[in-house]
Design a protein around this ligand. Sequence first.
Ligand code: ADP
Ligand code: MG
Length: 284
Amino acid sequence: KSSMEDSYEAGDVIGTGSFGIIRKVVRRVDGQVLARKELNYGRMDERDLKQLTEEVNILEQLGANDNIVRYYERFVDKPNNMLYILMEYCPGGDLAGVIQRCRKTGQILSEEVVWAYLAQITLALGDCHSETDAKGQRKRVILHRDIKPENVFLDELNNLKLGDFGLSKAMEQAAMTQTYVGTPYYMSPELINGQPYDVKSDIWALGCLIYELCAGHPPFHEARTQPELAVMIREGKIPDLPKPYSVRLGQVVKAMLRQNPKSRPNTAQLKALDEVKMQIRAGE
Ligand code: ADP
Ligand code: MG
């Protein structure tokens, strides 16, 4: 196996995360541009390291979905405690950038684009959440656990790619509390109540994301502290979408934001919505 330096030429840093950076690289054999996540695992304990390895394995298994960032290969540099993950490069930035640009220019996303984005993330999550693969074989359910605008990337055609798979999860747990200073706006009621994360917690986060794409801010953004936020999330009063979004879209968002996880739609039910079906067909 050839070394990473032999195979890739390092380029600019394009993003920063909690435990490292993301850099643009060029694959020397064919000039293909890829993204490289560079993680320092030096400060992680045995358990977190094990989970990190596990997460990279998950990434590897999620190869063939147009709406999931494609994984290529990994390198471990043991002397320096560095893990390098080579993946598809998404030149369009992330959805946080899209939301920010909208806010700055006073523009809003069209209803059509919001449905298209919902459809694409649903297709990505559907693959993760389903218990059987295309051949009908049983497989493991994968929970993303960190759906938010910063973790959904865009390619050159503005197709969405779900990224940052659980990795940040494994890593954030290592450092936890000290590093987490933000307000966890996308946290579901069951997580606030200390119940385990499940597929419907991903659906809750997706509901928050779609809401934010329409409103320019997450639901409950008025909360200024975490306890205040927890109260608002548990109260379950979901604000309406602003004009000009349709009643229909508002209903779907509210369904994803139901208090009881069991009452929220799963990915199959989201895919079956006429508006989503139309977007899926248009994307094929
Ligand atoms: P972390 O786990 O530290 O949050 P992410 O995987 O979310 O790391 O990457 C951090 C940021 O880097 C993202 O929000 C995005 O802006 C950028 N980024 C990550 N991966 C890619 C990629 N494949 N292509 C383009 N930009 C990326
Ligand atoms: Mg991230």
